[in-house]
Design a protein around this ligand. Structure first.
Ligand code: ZN
Length: 234
């Protein structure tokens, strides 16, 4: 069997996570960074806050980043970045799981990532297995099912069916959250029996005894009429 077909998907961050914590002024909980960092010097002691805006009422709130730290403990470049509201530092602080934990709020990463898969639709019908390396460039766990929907341009139902049929083979459960690189394999419509044979082999049966359960292969691809859905607003 030729297993030389390989593809690479990149899971990239497309937006900042939302900071989820109660707003004192309204019933909202969702906050975005205002883009500003406040630095307050008291003699040689510094306080640094990340400023957030409530999505419901625009109220500004402060997240302590440094509290009464001696000026000498901060790198000059770092202090300058704080004073200049450096956007890359605003991003870094907003995404920081450590800052979130320290200040008791949650980060919501929904809709903050996209999959760059450059996956032609005919790739799904090629009988040669395709190995896909999924590379993570987003510092948050991503639901595997959604990742496959976006990467393959398929609906939830189609993804579930292909996993059930053994045409998508994963090292993780569909409802798991992935947070580091992993590999999956896509098998063409005609190769399901080969997949099942390999499964049996790996389950400890002798190669010659591999049994193909015909009821699990499903109808031939030509009888499937469902349109493919490529839209999936991430
Ligand atoms: Zn509010």
């Amino acid at each position: 069997m030729n297993t030389d077909r390989k593809a690479r998907w990149a899971v990239r961050q497309s937006a900042l996570p939302t900071v989820v914590r109660p707003c004192p002024d309204c019933s909202g909980t969702r906050h975005r960074p205002s883009g500003k960092i406040r630095v307050n010097a008291n003699g040689k002691l510094l306080d640094v806050w990340l400023l957030l805006s409530c999505a419901g009422c625009d109220r500004t709130s402060k997240v302590p980043v440094h509290e009464r730290v001696h000026v000498s403990t901060l790198e000059p470049a770092r202090r300058e970045a704080y004073e200049n509201n450096d956007p890359s530092v605003v991003w870094e602080l907003t995404m920081s799981a450590a800052l979130a934990a320290k200040n008791g709020y949650r980060l919501d990463w929904t809709g903050t990532w996209a999959v760059e898969s450059r996956m032609p639709l005919y790739a799904l019908d090629d009988p040669t297995p395709l190995t896909v390396l999924v590379g993570f460039e987003v510092p948050a766990p991503v639901r595997v099912e959604r990742l496959l929907m976006l990467g393959l341009g398929l609906s939830r139902t189609e993804v579930r069916r292909m996993v059930g049929d053994g045409r998508i083979r994963l090292p993780l459960a569909l409802d798991a959250k992935a947070h580091r690189d992993f590999e999956l394999t896509l098998h063409g419509p005609g190769s399901v029996d080969a997949v099942n044979a390999e499964r049996s082999k790996r389950a400890g049966e002798r190669p010659g005894a591999a049994h193909v359960d015909l009821s699990r292969i499903g109808p031939p691809a030509t009888s499937r009429q469902e349109p493919r859905s490529v839209s999936a607003g991430a």
